[in-house]
Ligand binder design. Structure first.
Ligand code: HEM
Length: 236
């Protein structure tokens, strides 16, 4: 079997025997990339909300006042765009939709009740994570495109007031949806015990992988077995 037969296994994923068995899920680069994106999104949400409604203007104090908030917000948006692009390049293939994902979603009641044994075996990401991934990808494209239209300092002279008004509306709606998607993402990460460690230490336990991402673990183990057999055959 070639690497492409293991659709859910990404570069750097490795099972390490021991007590407990450890499974490498994210490289250092992927984790730095992820947390940079997360920090940018939090800063964007805070600075964006400060400009969204007068009752939230007090948040601008975090950025040195109203003018600084207005100046810094689009630049953080640019950093988030490129940072998320990095995540996209790393994770898009493991987030491709498969037939089992639709079955997983259809059994949402079993997901919420934690009856994972009734669900189809999950690859590196479950259908919920995939939905978060693709909705974030679309929302970030909408946010950067509409954000550029309303970035008056650099692009004001290229766009009409009418277009800027529409872009502002689209930007605000996309931002509210993105914040909701982000809340779901963080909630899920905390709700499924042992998940946060994946993004902090880079590893999960074999038990976690068996319980929540069994298809991924099976693929990983059989890929490693395949490699070991290849090495023994070559060396004998
Ligand atoms: C402070 C907030 C955040 C926390 C606590 C958090 C936590 C996590 C954790 C624990 C994982 C690993 C999940 C797993 O391997 O099963 C993860 C994965 C991921 N996170 Fe976050 N995250 C945060 C913010 C963000 C933001 C703002 C974005 C993007 C805009 C993001 C995008 C991703 C992506 C793309 C993955 C890979 C999983 C996938 O592709 O579905 N995260 N996050």
């Amino acid at each position: 079997m070639s690497r492409t037969d293991y659709g859910d296994v990404e570069r750097g994923d490795v099972v390490v025997p021991g007590r407990p068995v450890k499974v490498h899920r994210y490289s250092g680069g992927a984790r730095v990339n992820h947390w940079l994106t997360a920090i940018c999104l939090v800063l964007l949400a805070l600075s964006g909300l400060a400009m969204f409604h007068p009752s939230l203007f007090f948040l601008s104090a975090l950025f040195g006042g109203g003018q600084w908030t207005r100046t810094i917000h689009p630049w953080i948006g640019v950093v988030l765009f490129f940072s998320f692009f990095g995540l996209f390049v790393r994770f898009w293939s493991a987030n491709l939709w498969r037939r089992d994902d639709s079955r997983w979603i259809a059994q949402a009641n079993d997901v919420v009740a934690g009856r994972e044994e009734r669900l189809p075996e999950v690859g590196k990401y479950n259908a919920g994570q995939k939905l978060v991934f693709w909705s974030m990808s679309i929302l970030i494209i909408i946010l950067i495109a509409s954000g550029l239209v309303i970035w008056n300092e650099y692009f004001g002279s290229f766009t009409s007031i009418q277009l800027q008004r529409w872009a502002l509306l689209v930007h605000a709606i996309a931002a509210v949806v993105a914040i909701c998607v982000w809340v779901v993402h963080v909630y899920a990460a905390i709700w499924v015990k042992g998940t946060i460690g994946a993004m902090t230490r880079g590893t999960v336990t074999g038990g976690w992988a068996w319980r929540h991402h069994r298809k991924w673990l099976r693929e990983l183990v059989s890929m490693q077995k395949g490699k070991r057999t290849e090495t023994t055959t070559h060396s004998s």
